[in-house]
Design a protein around this ligand. Structure first.
Ligand code: AMP
Length: 316
């Protein structure tokens, strides 16, 4: 898990970061602590940062970005980290984005602890007074005067990060004026919801990926079967065409047979008709012939009578 704790000095970032370290087994990376260690060790960075820190102003971006770039490379940070006090400016946030991108790491959330400035001043005053009472050393920048400067730096340079991360949908705002316990509880709740949403997203992604794999398998199996399928389809088409042609031919033949039958029938009918005609003609008396024959017989008889008459006359 990679988190950023955002909030003005005295909002309780350090306290909540320690609780998150215990709960999630990740490291707390506090640029303030690292710079104080560098100041104590009088390293070149420490010497450069010492006076700036004491005034409540911000150390140059390139110095803190360099420190963080080296620190997140260390093995204990591979499991995750909580950035406490970094980034504090928009250029630092952009540099962090680049760093995470290069390492292909994802920022899970930015938790903003929102507090009331005047309440903060009261808190610091009380804490400083208690530490002094106990005889403990008070940080040079923990006085109410320096705190005013640090709050002014926060407003001017760090508060724009609220919009920066809100635009990136990474910001989670928690009321830092609640008790330490309540703030811890609220942070834990939010992180649990985030983890749940993340695992649901992962599950969805996995399901999508396996569905895609299954569809690729199906497509390739289909592609393998395609030639056989095409051949089958072609065979079917050919069979269909042959069937259609045979049907057509049979229909034509049937039609031809029908028409031939009709012709034969017509011829037979014609013949029958002719035969009947011939028969009836043969059975009927030949009118024309008998008349002429009758005439001929009559003529012959008349001729015979004339001849007999003539003979008679001759005899007389
Ligand atoms: P902190 O303990 O986080 O309040 O930091 C103490 C001081 O260290 C700040 O007032 C700054 O002067 C310096 N500092 C810590 N972190 C940063 C940062 N990210 N950018 C610039 N200065 C920082």
């Amino acid at each position: 898990m990679r988190l950023i704790l955002l909030g003005p000095p005295g909002a309780g970032k350090g306290t909540q970061a320690q609780r998150l370290v215990q709960k999630h087994g990740i490291v707390q990376l506090s640029t303030g602590d690292m710079l104080r260690a560098a100041v104590a060790a009088e390293t070149p960075i420490g010497l450069k940062a010492k006076d700036i820190m004491a005034s409540g102003a911000l150390v140059p971006d390139e110095v803190v970005v360099g420190i963080i770039a080296d620190r997140i490379e260390e093995p204990d940070a591979t499991n995750g980290f909580i950035l406490d006090g970094f980034p504090r400016t928009v250029p630092q946030a952009e540099a962090l984005d680049d760093l995470l991108k290069q390492k292909r790491l994802k920022l899970d959330a930015v938790i903003e602890l929102r507090v009331n400035e005047s309440a903060l001043l009261e808190r610091v005053e009380t804490r400083v007074a208690q530490m002094r009472e106990r005889g403990e050393a008070v940080r040079a920048d923990d006085t109410p005067e320096v705190l005013s400067n640090r709050l002014a730096s926060y407003r001017a340079q760090t508060e724009p990060l609220v919009h920066y991360y809100s635009d990136k949908r990474k910001l989670i705002t928690i009321d830092g004026m609640m008790s330490i316990e309540e703030v811890t509880e609220a942070i834990n709740k939010v992180l649990a919801a985030l983890a749940e949403a993340d695992s649901a997203k992962e599950a969805k992604k996995d399901a999508k990926a396996s569905a895609k794999r299954a569809s690729v398998r199906k497509t390739s199996a289909k592609a393998k079967k395609a030639p056989a399928k095409a051949a089958k389809a072609a065979k079917k088409t050919a069979r269909k065409a042959a069937k259609a042609t045979a049907k057509k031919v049979a229909k034509k033949a049937k039609k031809a047979a029908k028409s031939a039958k009709k012709t034969v029938k017509a011829v037979a009918k014609g013949r029958k008709k002719l035969a009947a005609k011939a028969k009836s003609r043969a059975a009927a008396p030949k009118k024309g012939k008998s008349v002429s024959k009758g005439r001929k017989v009559a003529k012959k008889a008349a001729k015979k009578r004339v001849k007999a008459a003539k003979r008679l006359t001759k005899r007389r």
